[in-house]
Design a protein around this ligand. Sequence first.
Ligand code: NI
Length: 168
Amino acid sequence: MTTRELRLLPDPVLRAKAKRVRNFDAALQRLIDDMVETMRHESGVGLAGNQAGVLQRVAVIQVPEDPEARVLVNPEIIERQGEREVDEGCLSIPGYRGTIKRSVTVRVKALDRQGKPFRLQANGLLAQALEHETDHLNGILYIDHLESHDKLHKVEPEPEESQGAGVG
Ligand code: NI
C-alpha cells in the first residue's frame, strides 16, 4: 500500500465525472488499498477516486465507529430523508469549512471490492460522508451546496484527533 497524491482545488479532476467501474481487477484492488491509506494519512473520514486523481467511481469511508474502512464501488444514493445543517470540510479544500444542508438518512446501493452488490442505510456522519463522496464522483464539491458566501469560513489546521476534520 502506498499513499497517492491528494488532489486539491482547483485541480480539474475534482470537477470531472468519474466513470463506472467494470473491471474488478488487481489494479482496482491496489487503487482501493492506496485510497484507504491516503484517507488515513490525511485523517479524513472518506476519499473519492477523483481526489486520488483517478476518475473511477470508487469511494472509501471510515467514520470513527467503523472498525475498518468501507469500500463502495459505483455507489448510488437511492433514497434521502430529512434535512439537517452540518459543518463540513473537504480534504481537497484545506483551511475552510462551510455550513450546508445534508440529509438525515440516506440509503445507498453499491458494489463491494469484488463486485458484489450491497445496500446500506445510514444516519449522521456516515450519511454525510456517503453524500459527500458520491458528490465527488459527480464532480460536485460541498462548496456548491453553500447557500451564501458567508456560510464558508476559514479555519486553522485542526489537531489530528479532531473528528471529521475533512469529511473527505
Ligand atoms: Ni471531499
